[in-house]
Design a protein. Structure first.
Length: 145
């Protein structure tokens, strides 16, 4: 199983303001990492770097290490294939552009699920199913599969 992890889940796993969301995001990341199911691309790594640099108060070296660790989950670039598919997704669903790129990447990387707070839980986009990590547990995903 391959599950694409959206930027917001990774950022919430470092959030000091919301312990509940932080803990749930960490549970998801741990669960996916233990099974080697987690997938990201360079867009996610770059978005995480940007958010953490602007908002986290973390040292730059720590942010760099965190982003380097994310590269183990994937380093696919956003290319013309992703952009073309993202435009088709936008035309059909009307999602924000960055979400369209994430969805396109997840589809191209043959992920079965996208873990994201930004989209409707349970929604199917082609063969991709959206999971809101704050509405369900990782165990529920395994039971449903």
């Amino acid at each position: 199983m391959r599950i694409f992890v959206d930027t917001n889940v990774i950022v919430y796993s470092r959030d000091r303001r919301s312990a509940e969301k932080r803990d749930k995001a960490r549970d998801w990341l741990r669960y996916l990492a233990e099974r080697q199911w987690a997938v990201v691309n360079l867009q996610v790594v770059n978005e995480v770097a940007d958010v953490l640099l602007r908002r986290s108060g973390m040292a730059e070296d720590e942010i760099r290490q965190e982003c380097d660790a994310l590269l183990a989950l994937g380093d696919a670039t956003v290319g013309t294939e992703e952009i073309a598919l993202a435009w088709r997704i936008r035309e059909r669903f009307g999602f924000r552009w960055w979400d369209c790129l994430i969805i396109a990447a997840a589809l191209i990387l043959e992920c079965s699920h996208l873990v994201s707070e930004d989209l409707q839980h349970g929604q199917a986009i082609g063969k991709l199913k959206v999971i809101d990590p704050f509405r369900t547990t990782p165990d529920a995903l395994l039971q449903a599969s």
